[in-house]
Design a protein. Sequence first.
Length: 613
Amino acid sequence: MTKLEFPGSALTTDQWAQVNQLATSLSHEQAIWISGYFAGLSHRARTGVAAADVAELAPPSQSGLLPAAAPATRLLTVLFGSETGNSKALAKTLAGKAEAKGIQTRLVDMADYKTRGLKDEQDLLVITSTHAEGDAPQTAVGFFEFLESRKAPKLPQLRYAVLALGDSTYEHYCEAGKRVDRRLEELGAQRIADRVDCDVDYEDAADGWIATVVANLAPATQTRGSVAASAAVVQSTAPATTFDKKHPFQAAVVDNIVLTGRGSSKETRHIEVSLADSGLTYQPGDALGVVPRNDPALVAAVLEKLSLSADAPVTVKQGTTSLGEALGGTFEITALTPRFLDHWADITGAAELQALRASDQKEARATFQHNHHILDVVSRFPASGIDATQFVAGLRPLQPRLYSIASSLAAAPDEAHLTVSTVRYTLHDQARAGVASGYLAARTEADATIPVYIQSNDHFHLPDDDAPILMIGAGTGVAPYRAFMQEREARGASGRSWLFFGERNFRSDFLYQVEWQDLVKSGVLSRLDLAFSRDAAPKTYVQDRLRRQGRDVYAWLEEGAYLYVCGDSAQMAPDVHAALTDIVAEHGGLDRDEAGAYLSALQRDRRYRLDVY
């Protein structure tokens, strides 16, 4: 037999004829699979594994999804976009399980992902949360912009799967994950497994998806050494602390005081908890997860409306407990979720509730949910003879709430401080309170404890000590900046610091006033600009103060300042972004598109950091 007469060929004429005949008979999916198969053969030949071992790989399935077995040489990328840390935690779990199965894996935050490498990916698993109404997580905006742009490459070689996290109380539920899933399909990528959409009680659904994709990607054969090595990696990266979201620490309340003064139109509290003997540590910018309990008065009202006994037994994940305890600490019984709305419509058959289920009633349904709590629904649409098990079947688990930590361990060892605005309002002529903020406001008795854990916020940490920082916050959005200043003061940082803070009234709402003034006097805080919206007309907000100081703001950015924004995502953050765009355009001599690109570059460089809610 003779070799083909073109450079680099290692095939005989007969071999080339066989390959050509095979290639013309393959479907698109089969061609992708066979390329990975031969890559596996090459790798095993180099490492001394017999070709017969590779032949044990399963052939391509006829189901439309790609084969359950993949050659070990394929690289898996686990890509996550996270707003509160849930996607990141799941991605770490997924990467660990994949490595344990002998799959070569890398874990990447969308904020750090080099989009030019997308065209070279082989296997891609995406876990992303959804921010607000269908938006990408703040730190993942750049990745989404690239993926949905004309610059995105065709991806016929890519195999992928998507896990979408969301909150079903929002109209555009899990939309960020859906966007990634749709776009990768449009670019020609092939699914390893179907997308799974997860509500706030995501654990079981996420565990099932992880098990599926890992099984679909696991090599058909693997040496004991590779499994042992992978297990060692997973073991070495296991968290040292035993306290986390599933197993919170019972933190003693050290102090719980009202910060706002007499005559304030709101109540903002400063709460200190002890982390002594917990092993929990944090960095300025991180959050404290608080596991709340429902108001006992609300629990009693629900039980009364349903004519149910608090002692009635119900089954929850932890086992059997009383209905009263389940409603107190296990289930969400305030917000009206789509799950409960559908559940109650089925139980009662109420025409009004049934009508809201129509596909053209999305806006009406969202309005109804906003204006009604679960108590209002069970009151308006009574269900006779319902038992405890039937009722809780429509409830979703009570979720922890995250609060920016307002302290530094360097200044307050073994403590975490919170700045909490107590949510109180009237609905249907009844006084209501926020689940977590109402719970925290009430935890003032002696020896009170609250279940807590640390939620890292990697995208909102301090830069190097010599870097200037611009901090913009309104209301409780000032909390992390208190932690920043405590940390910089303790470390003797040389970098300049500038705070823009806004609230309603100077006399009653200037949170931590004495502390800020002392920091200015000592030089730890270089500049302080204040906006109290209700003290004068026209109303002045932080974005107005930014514009007034636009020249200096732009100068700081040009000198390498890091920009932080913390507060309301619906109004404050967009208004601040608009003001920054105007400032960059005016003082940088740019048009609005160029100014927008300037700010986008700051975000990509991690110099424009947001913590919004």
